[in-house]
Design a protein around this ligand. Structure first.
Ligand SMILES: [Zn+2]
Length: 559
């Protein structure tokens, strides 16, 4: 996801010249393996770029040629790794070998058969196949919904739930998403595609003795049960500070959408890129110099979910640092606050990987939950009044902004808890589990007849993944507090932001365990305190603005 052609910043360049002694390669046989590993990474990143549909070739090689490079470098790397001594390596070299072994152990990335949404009914499908088939539903069904006789994508439908003033029309859009709900979870009966998937996911986790929850908990140095308790605590805090009346599920996004409704019209499709570039420049990042590749226009067959990846990993070549190139993929036919927030999040990934400057074995992301949390450090500012004033020329109220931001966070936390509970006991009925969480904590009227939770591709692509967003919010709040403490506020620009973060947090890539890095950066163990405090801020602003109640007709009325 990040790529860069020239220099980053004078400060960074100076920094890059003094390699971290902890990450120096000691053993020449390890150095040879790492050169092969860098070739292998060049190939996999180029293959990913070409297979995304962005281009037919990358860096003067076709897909076929890159696949040859991948095959050869993987074979030679495996041979080199097998020939390495098991004793006598430095700690850094040992870690490098461990990470390289793990990276090439997955087998070739090519050759998986394309499955369709309709394949999800085949009970013979195993875990990976069922995941692939259900993910295809998001493109085939989710992006071909019908509202008033017109084709609408999932993202557009969710946008309409935020913007349509008439509750009856919102309900119609919500119901128009039923084909997606049913493609994923049928009629919620035992044997539905999702219920088979979550059972296979639990079996997969048990066999591999791992889970997204365990990994995410490891990153923050807490036990999985502790993380689950935090998620409940976050939802409970929200339950207390948000209105206590029950609302329909098609009204939830509308209530969260007051800020968007005021600001969407001043954020055109073209403005997404100019606002993003200006904001990052103000915090010390020149995205043009970083050479980030942008693939933003919708096209058939493109990934329905936005993501960022390496198009090329930085490496030393002929004594010169060849910088990372990041690639951002999304589907934008319009602008608006939601898309702008997502776009700034994706660029957060791009700047993270662009800052990594270390030996090949460590040119990597770090733990997923940290990665998602970091991308939100810059993107949460899209809900800041001063930020909006500067970059959009107008701003929503603090209350509407907090509601927008934390309504989204709460859904992520609710999905996290939903997945944790489903994976804990896959025999449960998904709609019941979801209804319990959302009616109690989010004040949403029960609709156990609808699988309306099934609107996130991650739920089927990588069951259990949502904890990376739910718990990620805890880390984001911690990181933002730490950055403000050290370099000051960055909502309206702060040139120290990127150089300081690059040096203290990003540059080292995977040199160390993310949990260690995070703890040292924060100076204390991760806790939900800062996030809970932020959420409680909603109660203060609500009190200040005067209590208002949602009257169900689509507008807020003061009491
Ligand atoms: Zn992300």
């Amino acid at each position: 996801m990040t790529m860069m052609r020239f220099l980053i910043l004078a400060g960074l360049v100076a920094m890059c010249l003094s390699p971290n002694p902890r990450a120096q390669i000691v053993d020449q046989r390890v150095a040879k393996a790492e050169a092969l590993y860098a070739d292998f990474n060049d190939a996999t990143a180029a293959i990913g770029t070409i297979e995304s549909g962005y281009a037919k070739a990358f860096a003067d090689k076709s897909l076929e040629q890159w696949k040859q490079v991948e095959k050869r470098s993987r074979r030679e790397l495996n041979a080199q790794l097998n020939a390495l001594p098991t004793k006598g390596l430095s700690a850094s070299d040992q870690r490098a070998v461990k990470l390289m072994r793990a990276a090439v152990s997955g087998g070739a990335t090519t050759g998986s058969k394309t499955l369709h949404c309709s394949d999800a009914h085949r009970v013979s499908l195993r875990y990976d196949g069922l995941r692939g088939a259900l993910y295809a539903c998001f493109e085939e069904v989710g992006n071909n919904l019908q509202v008033d006789g017109k084709k609408v994508t999932r993202a557009e439908a969710l946008g309409k739930l935020e913007s349509l003033e008439d509750p009856a029309r919102r309900k119609a859009v919500f119901m128009a998403m039923s084909p997606l709900y049913e493609a994923i979870n049928g009629k919620d009966k035992a044997g539905s595609p999702y219920r088979r998937l979550i059972k296979l996911a639990a079996e997969h986790n048990a066999a591999k003795r791992t889970s997204e929850l365990a990994s995410a908990a490891g990153t923050v140095g807490a036990a999985p049960e502790q993380v689950e308790r935090w998620l409940v605590e976050i939802l409970e805090t929200w339950r207390q500070v948000s209105a206590d009346q029950q609302i329909e599920p098609w009204d939830y996004r509308y209530l969260a959408g007051a800020a968007s409704r005021q600001l969407d019209k001043v954020i055109s499709r073209e403005a997404l890129q100019s606002i993003n570039a200006r904001y990052y420049r103000d915090v010390g990042v020149d995205l043009v110099q970083l050479g980030v590749i942008y693939d933003l226009d919708p096209r058939p067959g493109k990934s329905p979910v936005a993501y960022t990846d390496f198009a090329r990993r930085g490496r030393e070549l002929n004594g010169q640092w060849q910088p990372t190139i990041a690639r951002v993929l999304a589907n934008y036919s319009s602008g608006g606050l939601g898309n702008l927030n997502e776009y700034i999040h994706e660029n957060g990934h791009a700047v993270q990987i662009s800052a990594i400057h270390t030996r090949p074995a460590f040119m990597d992301w770090g733990d997923t939950v940290f990665v998602e949390a970091f991308a939100d450090v810059p993107s949460w500012n899209t809900f800041d009044v001063a930020w909006q004033q500067k970059y959009l020329g107008r701003a929503a109220s603090e209350r509407d902004n907090l509601r927008a931001l934390y309504s989204g966070v709460m859904l992520d936390v609710a999905w996290s808890l939903f997945e944790i509970r489903m994976l804990h006991d896959p025999a449960q009925v998904p709609n019941q589990v979801w209804t319990e969480i959302t009616s109690h904590y989010l004040h949403i009227v029960p609709h156990p007849e609808l699988s309306w939770w099934a609107v996130r591709g991650q739920l089927v692509d990588a069951p259990g993944y949502m904890v990376n967003y739910g718990l990620g919010a805890v880390i984001t709040a911690e990181l933002r507090a730490r950055v403000r403490e050290e370099v000051g506020t960055f909502a309206t620009g702060n040139e120290r932001w990127y150089p300081w973060l690059s040096e203290k947090l990003l540059r080292s890539g995977a040199e160390r365990e993310t949990s260690e890095l995070l703890r040292e950066f924060l100076g204390h163990p991760v806790s939900p305190g800062p996030l809970l405090e932020n959420i409680r801020g909603l109660a203060t602003t609500t009190a200040r603005d005067g209590a208002r109640r949602f009257d169900g007709t689509g507008s807020w009325r003061g009491q």
